[in-house]
Design a protein around this ligand. Structure first.
Ligand SMILES: C[S@@+](CC[C@H](N)C(=O)[O-])C[C@H]1O[C@@H](n2cnc3c(N)ncnc32)[C@H](O)[C@@H]1O
Length: 179
């Protein structure tokens, strides 16, 4: 988190609040997530160097940059953001960090995640659906892990090599809705 300071992923009007452990507005009714929550989600995701990661709802690009530091240049991170203006700003923020193995795309209409780049070994989701989206589980590689808030609870979803995904419930959180 020191290497991708939150301040650089906030609108100018919010930068003075970067150190506060609260969600902060980033425009379009969306937020930069609470740092403590981001740290916990990254811990739960168990990201390792060299992995391919999908970051759904990347907003400012902060989590995309943090994940890029975790996977290193041997890995790759794709951030996807639904709000086109946020996607453009998030892309510029990530570009400015000088992490060429990370990139941001605007979500395609009616498409959840980025199926064309699947499978991903890790999937981080920073917006909340009411039930676990099968489209995202399908984009997870066998052996992969997804961390996603669903209906007020943080879930860690492990896709085994065979059979149904295993789901752990890990605490209560509130997020903006996944749309
Ligand atoms: C909590 S906010 C941003 C979190 C981001 N990690 C940050 O710190 O800036 C979640 C984002 O998810 C986006 N979002 C909601 N539904 C989405 C979807 N289906 N695909 C991609 N992004 C989505 C919202 O527009 C919002 O910017």
């Amino acid at each position: 988190m020191l290497r991708a300071a939150r301040e650089r992923f906030l609108p100018a009007s919010q930068r003075e609040h970067a150190e506060q452990d609260h969600p902060l507005p980033i425009g379009h009714g969306q937020t930069s997530s609470q740092p403590r929550t981001v740290r916990e989600m990254l811990r739960l995701l168990e990201t390792r160097p060299g992995q391919r990661v999908l970051d759904v709802g990347c907003g400012s690009g902060w989590t995309t940059a943090l994940l890029a530091h975790l996977v290193g240049p041997a890995g790759s991170v794709l951030g996807v953001e639904l709000e086109p203006e946020l996607a453009a700003w998030g892309r510029a923020n990530v570009l400015a960090e000088g992490l060429p193995w990370a990139r941001v795309e605007a979500a395609l209409p009616g498409v959840l995640g980025w199926p064309d780049g699947a499978p991903y070994e890790r999937v981080l989701v920073s917006a909340e659906p009411q039930s676990l989206p099968d489209e995202l589980v399908q984009q997870l590689a066998p052996g992969g892990v997804m961390v996603i808030p669903v209906a007020g609870r943080m879930l860690r979803v492990r896709r085994p090599l065979e059979g149904k995904p295993r789901v752990e419930q890990l605490g209560r959180y509130r997020f903006v809705p996944l749309r």
